[in-house]
Design a protein around this ligand. Structure first.
Ligand SMILES: C[S@@+](CC[C@H](N)C(=O)[O-])C[C@H]1O[C@@H](n2cnc3c(N)ncnc32)[C@H](O)[C@@H]1O
Length: 220
């Protein structure tokens, strides 16, 4: 499928898929959205300094890179992510994330992209990274093993199957009690499905250009 680089309103790049008319991040600002949704209303809410993250859709690696930078302050992070359709290296090399986040993260970002699928690598003494090359439908999660899910699938209009109950059940299963799922999406049916699984659903203001986003806490 054809993929093109686009520059979003905060100056950071994203990838656009013409056939789906879908971008990997908000057109209003890729880095701005990632920091708002997954850091500010995500990992920063957790009280523990030792955190296990699961990301649905590794994609460009932007969330992983920003989480690495965030975690340098005080966290010990075990970062696990899944990706069914890896982005080609030429495209990754055309993204401007290191200009925006810091050139000093160049080797970390490179290692995230070049690490072997299915193998854990220690990117620092406090950040372990594992990426899995698989579709979420066949992935078998470990029960109660994750503190936070970054639910970063393409939107329900573009890829409705990612927002179905069967996928959300897996997220619920892998989360520890008290763990949270965060996403940029605030669709009604999605929130009702989360509630039906035993999540407490909290609406938060979305990043610029989006009224609301969702934080869901596994309470049952
Ligand atoms: C919105 S983009 C994710 C953006 C990514 N988090 C980033 O920061 O670049 C959605 C991602 O989900 C991946 N994806 C699509 N279908 C999938 C599936 N069935 N299982 C796992 N990943 C999938 C896509 O290839 C894409 O990388």
């Amino acid at each position: 499928m054809e993929r093109k680089i686009q520059i979003t309103e905060d100056g950071s790049a994203t990838i656009y898929i013409p056939a789906m008319d879908e971008t990997y991040h908000s057109r209003h600002g890729a880095i701005q959205e990632a920091r708002h949704v997954f850091l500010k209303h995500g990992i920063a809410l957790l009280s523990s300094n030792s955190v296990t993250v699961f990301e649905l859709g590794f994609g460009t690696g932007l969330n992983a890179l920003l989480t690495y930078q965030f975690g340098e302050k005080k966290h010990s992070i075990d970062y696990l992510c899944i990706e069914a359709y890896p982005v080609k290296k030429e495209l990754i090399d055309s993204l401007n994330y290191l200009d925006k986040v810091g050139k000093e993260y160049g080797s970390i970002f490179e290692r995230m992209h070049t690490s072997k699928w299915g193998e854990s690598v220690a990117l620092s003494d406090r950040f372990t990274f594992t990426k899995i090359h698989e579709k979420i439908a066949s992935y078998v999660p470990k029960k109660d093993s994750i503190d936070i899910v970054y639910f970063d699938a393409f939107g329900p209009r573009a890829q409705g199957a990612m927002w179905e109950l069967s996928v959300l059940e897996k997220m619920h299963l892998m989360l520890r009690p008290g763990g949270i799922l965060v996403t940029y999406c605030a669709m009604g049916q999605f929130k009702r499905d989360l509630k039906s699984l035993g999540f407490t659903v909290i609406g938060k203001p979305g990043p610029p250009g989006k009224r609301e986003m969702t934080v869901a806490v596994k309470t049952i």
